[in-house]
Design a protein around this ligand. Sequence first.
Ligand code: PAF
Length: 282
Amino acid sequence: MLTVATTPEQAKQVISEWKAQGLTVGLVPTMGYLHEGHESLIKRAVAENDRVMVSVFVNPIQFAPGEDLETYPRDFEADKRLIEGAGATLVFHPEPADLYFPDACTYVNVEGITAELCGKTRPTHFRGVCTVVNKLMNISQADRAYFGQKDAQQLAVIRRMVRDLNMNVQVVGCPIVREEDGLAKSSRNTYLSAEERTAALVLSRAVAEGQRLMEAGERSAATVLGAMKQLIEAEPLARIDYVEMVSWDDIKPVETVDGPVLVAMAVYIGKTRLIDNFIFGE
Ligand code: PAF
């Protein structure tokens, strides 16, 4: 049976009972409106831990003014069904006022690795992500926490935070889950009109083209990125935010590939900003 905790105290109560029995805990942090990508994280967490807490929380401090905080899709009843079906037994679903003290003055700021990619156009985003993830890790006392590779920079940033702060949690990265036609699953896909949904396939086509070139031996970032950008720019509804190649361990721009790299993009399809990526040479 699924227990719903709406305050940190309620969640901590359940977790402390688990910990008293010596059980391991997996954490799957989400913003809700769950899809098969989240489901794959929950199922993996269930397979690797005795108990799993899923958080469903649209975290206001990771959105900048003018972003989609108010319109971010929400359907908690459907989320509960998916979470229970995937085998988790605790869902943490606080209101912002339950999680953030009105006079809170502590934030987690990971530097350097947040400077490129999404950090350039969303300069306060990772501070919000790291602060909430840190709080969720503390509340859940998780042994393992699960994140999708679709948000690859987020995964790298959280790994770095956990390393730098000597946190007792293992960060587990999980593969991107795609629709049959290639579009990476995202709660934001729901914003797309039918025409935009078709146009959005340009992201996964660009990923496939970049992968094809690199698997064929291409090692120049300019050549790989040039081919990907050309493909995206041919789609009238697409507007590039960035298409970049960075080192996978520290998210620094790369000119010639000589180690594991992340090739990542953010592209507006109409008003909707979508991301996609691949990792090469890991
Ligand atoms: O990836 C997300 O959905 C969010 O950034 C996360 C990790 C749940 C933090 O709010």
